[in-house]
Design a protein around this ligand. Structure first.
Ligand code: T4K
Length: 379
């Protein structure tokens, strides 16, 4: 008998209506304008600025290049304190700028950088802190801001997971000197590949615009060493279409998220994500932490799901500080990153996306319960 079970991935990208998208493509074909500040590019920049309620936004071809031009715009030197519990692009961007990442341990509850452990890592070579709002959980901005003010450091957020996340009804993207978004296909708002840097002053935006375009200024002179990080017209048109349907999709993901909370809340040793009351989430990830109190470990659940064609992901394992380009870094010692190492060994992100069918999700919930719950599971 053939196995009819469908693959269930960690996420599936949102795609615009193909007929409507075609009308955008026709306009691009007609104009033959494909990149370099095209009409759709400029429209998306304006629309995102309004939608996200931010002062300035500079679109980029992907989140990694957005991180790089962001870091470059701050004229940093020496060391940047960051978290090892992130996607590897965070550390790579720092390295590519010729800077040294210094890894700081994370919190037990939200998995973000632990501000209480930062000051011990600050040296005369530290020039910035780059926290990550992991899974869209907002960092402790107040404490981070105070540390940066006290030590005269720049604060640049890797906000790749934080599209349209609000704290007290305000966008987290306005925090710090800069915030960087990713619009990769796997993100809740995607432009296939893409990213952006949010900045507070128009002068910063002008610098970022110049850095993403080889270093040209508005008079077409090269005034700095820039790179090519431009978003093209097809990506921008895709983004314009995504933006229209975004809120509806967010609500669908919220339902998926809450069904997991209901269905998995009774398992000994599994810690579910917790949203703070003043946070409006984008429901982009559903990380569960499988602790020693659970009768099975993280890898066993991962394998069990995989055997049923359900592809959860161990975001973020291995820890960046344990990866070969970073493991010799003095800040990578396991003893200085105990929480990050433990969480990285226990975390599992479950499939979450707007089109995840209820029966598919029920199957995931049932499997996890039956496999890891000592108590009898009834649907
Ligand atoms: N900072 C942080 C904190 C980040 O998380 C990221 C990226 C960045 C910076 C850098 O931003 P970008 O330069 O990427 O804009 C994925 C993404 O590639 C990456 O963007 C993301 N973080 C990271 C957390 O996840 P993988 O290696 O897990 O992706 P992949 O190809 O295995 O895709 C995951 C699943 O998604 C697939 O199993 C199926 C589904 N999928 C994926 C793609 C690409 C599709 O259904 N269709 C698709 O086109 O890294």
């Amino acid at each position: 008998m053939s196995d009819k079970k469908k693959n269930i991935f960690i996420t599936r990208p949102t795609l615009p209506d193909i007929i409507e998208f075609n009308s955008f493509l026709e306009k691009i074909w007609e104009s033959k304008w494909l990149s370099n500040n095209g009409v759709f590019h400029n429209e998306l920049e304006e629309k995102l600025k309004d939608y996200l309620n931010v002062n300035n936004i500079t679109l980029a071809s992907n989140g990694t290049l957005a991180l790089m031009i962001g870091l470059k715009s701050l004229d940093l030197k020496g060391e940047v304190i960051t978290t090892p519990f992130t996607y590897v692009a965070t550390a790579h961007a720092i390295e590519w700028l010729g800077l040294n990442p210094v890894f700081c341990d994370i919190n037990e509850d939200d998995y973000n950088i632990n501000p209480e452990k930062i000051e011990a890592l600050i040296t005369e070579n530290t020039s910035a802190i780059m926290p990550v709002h992991v899974y869209g959980n907002p960092c402790d901005h107040k404490s981070l801001n105070e540390i940066c003010k006290k030590h005269n450091l720049k604060l640049i957020y890797d906000a790749a997971h934080c599209f349209d996340v609000l704290v007290d009804n305000q966008s987290v993207l306005n925090w710090g000197d800069l915030s960087v978004l990713s619009f990769h296909a796997t993100k809740v708002f995607n432009t296939i590949e893409g990213g952006a840097v949010v900045s507070n002053s128009i002068n910063n935006k002008k610098k970022l615009d110049s850095l993403r375009n080889f270093g040209f200024n508005e008079k077409n002179e090269i005034v700095r060493s820039g790179i090519n990080a431009k978003m093209n017209e097809i990506q921008a048109a895709f983004g314009l279409m995504q933006l229209k349907g975004y809120q509806k999709l967010r609500q669908k993901r919220e339902k998926v998220y809450n069904r997991y909370i209901d269905g998995l809340s009774n398992i000994n040793g599994i810690i579910l994500p917790e949203l703070k009351n003043n946070v409006i989430s984008n429901y982009s990830y559903f990380p569960v932490r499988i602790t020693e109190d659970c009768i099975v470990n993280r890898d066993a659940i991962f394998d069990k799901l995989k055997s049923e064609k359900i592809y959860s992901r161990k975001y973020f394992y291995p820890l960046v500080s344990n990866m070969s380009p970073y493991k010799e870094n003095p800040s990578s010692a396991e003893k200085s990153l105990p929480i990050a190492n433990e969480v990285s060994n226990q975390i599992l992100c479950l499939p979450i996306y707007e089109d995840l069918k209820q029966e598919e999700q029920n199957r995931i919930i049932k499997l996890i319960n039956e496999f890891s719950n000592e108590k009898q599971y009834t649907v």
